[in-house]
Design a protein around this ligand. Structure first.
Ligand code: SAH
Length: 399
């Protein structure tokens, strides 16, 4: 029997195939007329139009997104499928010069929908791939994916660490959702980004251990750092701080409310610039620090966590971005540069720019936009899935 005969079927309401014809990879529950044969959460199902024509195959899940599409053609989801998808992902990173680059062994190899693999994230740190499932389907297929990954990456990767304890949907009553190595098990935890070293805490750190998505924006910051007094707010593992130091900053202050993050930042700074007295780190709330600080900084980075995780939180989030940016804009020195970011997916580029515009107006400063930043090429946006664009940044010159 072929796959199409074996898989359970989801039938769409009439006219609801439109978005799938344009390769959007999600089927919402409201578009479905009926589901045949009670598929389990995470099972591979086939999607049919109301005219009973095959249109897509994907992972079934409980919730408003009912199917995450793996393919729009009638091909089996087997070893060869995972190998094909991962090979395309690898070749894309190769064209970005991220593979076999002695200066940089840190990159995102798979970015969910951006790589036509909805619900799957794989970050590479030197010889270790850290894999995260955001859907039940990817969780159930994790061993098949790890096997294909080993084949596609060959010697480039020795260890595969699976980290999905906190990313899987709660509704899914899944077994074995613990973190652990699927391959290898090296304790080696130092990776390199653009020639700078850092420890990766994939066992306990946030996301897959490091924020890979700021690589190019950090590099840009380095070019502005010479002779400046830098405040790296929401520093986490200190990424922006060590670039600022290499760029010749006069002093660098890193701030994060988490003591653990401050520890990591200090370790990473020591790894690259041992005994360098230009750096100091503070475990403190951002808003409190901005209120009590003076006007000594002329390069400030604001890279907060997502203020809105869903649509309902949008208005409050925008107010949060305005308040935060207003505080920095009030105090930054004349001729200062502000790198400001939002990683909330529900906050659009225009929303964010308006929030910063309001902050600028409140501060009464003369402000110009020098750069408009986004996520790097190893976090690609599938053109049929614009929701995949999440990172927004502005570099401002403050008179
Ligand atoms: N800029 C970092 C990533 C920032 S992630 C990088 O380049 O890697 C967001 C960070 O904000 C987390 O480390 C979190 O601990 C910190 N954070 C969250 N709320 C905070 C607050 N109110 N004040 C200061 N830091 C905060």
């Amino acid at each position: 029997m072929t796959d199409s005969e074996l898989n359970k079927k989801v039938y769409l309401k009439s006219g609801k195939e439109e978005s799938l014809l344009r390769f959007h990879p999600w089927v919402f529950s409201g578009a479905i007329a009926r589901v045949e044969g009670e598929p389990a959460e995470g099972e591979v199902v086939d999607v049919y139009t109301s005219k009973k024509e095959f249109i897509a195959r994907g992972h079934f899940q409980v919730g408003s997104i009912t199917v995450r599409v793996l393919t729009f053609t009638d091909e089996p989801i087997d070893h060869a499928y995972w190998v094909r998808r991962l090979t395309v992902a690898r070749e894309l990173r190769r064209s970005l010069h991220l593979i076999d680059n002695p200066q940089n062994n840190t990159y995102r190899l798979v970015h969910g929908e951006g790589d036509n693999l909805p619900g799957l994230i794989i970050d590479v740190y030197d010889r270790t791939a850290v894999m995260q499932a955001h859907s039940a389907g990817m969780h159930l297929d994790r061993k098949a994916i790890a096997e294909a990954l080993k084949e596609v990456m060959g010697d480039v990767i020795e260890n595969i660490y699976y980290k999905s304890e906190t990313t899987l949907p709660f509704k899914a009553d899944l077994l074995e959702r613990e973190n652990g190595f699927l391959y290898g098990g090296s304790p080696e935890d130092v990776a390199m980004e653009n020639g700078l070293k850092f420890h990766v805490d994939w066992l306990k750190g946030q996301k897959t251990g490091f924020f890979v998505d700021q690589r190019e924006n950090r590099h840009l910051l380095e070019r502005y750092a010479e002779g400046r007094s830098v405040l790296n707010m929401f520093c986490y593992t200190g990424g922006f701080s060590f670039y600022a130091m290499r760029g010749g900053a006069r002093l660098v202050h890193s701030v994060d409310s988490s003591a653990k993050a401050i520890d990591l930042t200090n370790q990473n700074v020591a790894l690259n610039f041992p005994d360098d007295s230009r750096h100091a780190a503070f475990a403190e709330d951002a808003f409190k620090f901005l209120d009590r600080m003076g006007d000594q900084y002329d390069l400030i980075i604001l890279d907060p966590p997502a203020f809105a995780k869903h649509r309902g939180a949008l208005r409050n989030a925008l107010r949060g971005y305005t308040k935060l940016n207003a505080k920095a804009l009030e105090k930054i020195r004349s001729g200062g540069i502000l790198f400001t970011f939002s990683c909330s997916q529900v906050v659009s580029k225009v929303d964010f720019r308006n929030a910063v515009f309001t902050a600028a107006a409140q501060s009464g400063r003369s402000v110009r936009i020098l750069h408009q930043l986004t996520q790097p090429g190893d976090h690609p946006v599938n053109i049929y899935h614009p929701e995949g664009e999440y990172l927004k940044g502005l570099v401002l010159y403050v008179e």
